[in-house]
Design a protein around this ligand. Structure first.
Ligand SMILES: [Ca+2]
Length: 134
């Protein structure tokens, strides 16, 4: 009796990455949400009244709070530094000059009256080329 030979059909199916649909949420700069690695500027104390969220250092504050026409220059009253590795420095004048306020990595703060409505630029020491050391 002729017995059929068992054929081992080794099915080499490419296992398509079904997991492709699961994509981590991207942190978008200037989308109204204070995401990881961003600097988040707020119009009023306690992180209220309008947000300017950015992944980038700014030599000049030319923008407006997200969804508004309110300029950020000389109007910021509180800030979050969502970068966990670098200190954020805010400056009284454009191009990182004048009085400064350092915010440690991952920290947030309300500005005191002396620095309230003052910042006109910011950068991350250690991460931004040309950012004054601090
Ligand atoms: Ca954001």
């Amino acid at each position: 009796m002729n017995r059929g030979r068992g054929v081992l059909a080794s099915s080499v199916m490419a296992v398509a990455a079904v997991f492709g649909a699961v994509t981590p949420a991207q942190a978008a700069s200037y989308d109204g949400s204070c995401n990881v690695d961003e600097a988040c500027l707020y119009r009023y104390q306690d992180y209220t009244g309008g947000i300017y969220d950015t992944l980038y250092s700014k030599q000049e504050y030319t923008g407006t709070y997200y969804g508004t026409s309110v300029a950020i220059n000389n109007t910021v009253s509180s800030v979050k530094n969502r970068d966990s590795n670098n200190n954020l420095w805010l400056y009284q004048n454009a191009y990182w000059s004048g009085d400064s306020w350092g915010l440690p990595a991952g920290a947030s703060t309300n500005f005191s009256s002396s620095f309230d409505n003052v910042p006109s630029s910011h950068c991350w020491s250690g991460a931004t080329a040309g950012c004054p050391a601090g």
